[in-house]
Design a protein around this ligand. Structure first.
Ligand SMILES: Cc1ncc(COP(=O)(O)O)c(C=O)c1O
Length: 459
């Protein structure tokens, strides 16, 4: 058997080399799923192998399938890079192999989460004394928050859903904007509320829920009510009018959830904080550290104004599950044994500090603005959204086919990577600037590649 030392050194050396050469690699993966399956496949080995050999083989087989999300020229979905200290802290979580279940399974995993949660509450401008949970991502955060909401609004109607379930429970109304993120719907499916519990509130041309329509819908019905608002639309980056929405929810005694998977980070920037004004009045919040905080996957965050509701929905107890004194991480999430996610978040916050997070948000937004300015200056290019944050929607030659073909050619070229979407009836190229690594030079190179691709399509 090779020593632990050898295999860890091999991995660290390779990772350092990967990062040193990242700028010279194509941003897209260069192998197909089938090729990768072939390279990684074969029969289940009968015999054991040496650690070093296995890891070396994994590197060789996997590398062509690695997507360049660690570069500054990856603009797909809303995917940030991983800050080096955060990545290293995550390796430590693995090296220590801590189970972040409770204070007993890992006092340090529990403590580091507790500290990081306190910093996050401050940074994101949330009320003191909110409860928090470190989950897999925005999906997990939305589901956890909506589970707490379900618990709370039904308790107010005299129904303990944790004990009695949903059979025979009062019906819950869930109001959400027409341009909500699709994970809200999955959360409703998982929580037994179903998507027919949704009352869809019309959105405007930027995807913002219309507050007047929400007010009317709230007045038109009664009973336990949850409103799911959004800070940062996944296509346009637009924010629902959170102040007006909070006001309407307070009047209707409705639970307000804010899905701020990336947009909530605007709260950390004095320049962009105005966009989330009113979010501090919500009952629950979902966001991601693996998006804009540039923490490695996976890392989502949920916060709740009503700790009792969150704990009633999530916590478990059994005679063998010793807990220890202090905040028990698993009381606030749907998992029992779990990754110790606090280390990576703690390291990101420590290395950036308050000003570094603000700077990260500001820089990404400036780069998004540059994309819009440089591309929008061309007569054949249209910018479809108001660029209020880090998202840009671009359309080429006024046509769906042309736009999709430009995206395809940019993806194939490999200078940068970005995706396609459909925005309110029109195909669009979708640019999301979410990496701490993106520089003005990355933007210029990418704009050059995009315009070159567009020229080959129209020419
Ligand atoms: C607004 C919003 N909510 C939720 C999600 C889901 O986040 P995750 O993929 O981390 O589960 C996203 C992802 O882009 C999002 O933009």
């Amino acid at each position: 058997m090779d020593s632990v030392d050898d295999v860890l050194r091999l991995t660290a050396d390779y990772a350092a080399e990967f990062h040193r050469t990242i700028d010279d690699r194509p941003v897209r993966a260069t192998a197909s799923f089938e090729e990768l399956r072939e390279a990684l496949g074969g029969p289940l080995p009968e015999e054991s192998s040496e650690d070093v050999q296995v890891v070396a083989e994994l590197i060789a087989a996997a590398e062509p399938g690695v997507v360049g999300t660690q570069t500054g020229r990856y603009f797909g979905f809303v995917i940030g890079s991983a800050l080096p200290a955060s990545m290293a802290a995550d390796w430590l979580a693995t090296s220590w192999d801590q189970n972040g279940f409770s204070v007993v399974t890992s006092p340090v995993a529990a403590a580091v989460e507790d500290v990081a949660a306190g910093w996050l509450v401050e940074l994101l401008g949330l009320p003191e004394n909110v409860s928090s949970g470190f989950v897999t991502g925005g999906q997990g955060a939305n589901t956890t928050a909506l589970a707490a909401a379900r618990q709370h609004v039904l308790a107010a109607a005299g129904w303990d859903v944790a004990r009695e379930g949903l059979n025979g429970a009062p019906r819950i109304r869930v109001l959400a904007g027409a341009e909500r993120h699709v994970t809200i719907d999955r959360s409703l499916r998982l929580l037994g509320l179903g998507t027919t519990s949704l009352e869809i509130v019309p959105a405007d041309g930027q995807g913002r829920m219309r507050a007047d329509a929400l007010r009317a819908a709230l007045e038109a019905g009664k009973g336990p009510t949850i409103v799911s608002a959004q800070a940062g639309n996944v296509n346009t980056g637009a924010f629902d009018p959170l102040g007006e929405i909070a006001e309407a929810c307070e009047r209707a005694d409705a639970w307000l959830h804010v899905d701020g998977a990336f947009g909530l980070w605007a709260a950390a920037s004095p320049r962009y904080r105005h966009l989330v004004e009113g979010s501090e009045r919500a009952d629950s919040w979902a966001t991601d550290a693996h998006k804009w905080l540039n923490v490695p996957y996976d890392s989502g965050l949920v916060f709740c104004r009503h700790p009792d509701a969150q704990a009633e929905a999530m916590a478990v107890a059994a005679s063998y599950l010793q807990r220890g004194g202090g905040r028990s991480p698993s009381d606030w999430v749907p998992e029992s044994s779990r990754r110790a996610r606090g280390f990576a978040v703690w390291a990101a916050l420590r290395v950036l500090g308050r000003s570094g997070v603000a700077d990260l948000v500001d820089r990404c937004c400036e780069h998004a603005r540059s994309f819009a300015d440089l591309l929008g200056a061309k007569p054949e290019v249209e910018i479809l959204n108001e660029v209020v944050l880090n998202q840009v929607l671009v359309r080429f030659g006024g046509g769906d086919e042309t736009t999709r073909e430009v995206v395809r050619r940019v993806q194939e070229d490999g200078t940068c990577w970005l995706g396609a979407t459909h925005w309110q009836g029109q195909a669009a190229m979708r640019i999301s600037v979410s990496s701490f690594r993106t520089t003005a030079d990355d933007v210029e190179r990418s704009v050059g590649a995009i315009l070159a691709a567009a020229a080959t399509v129209s020419g």
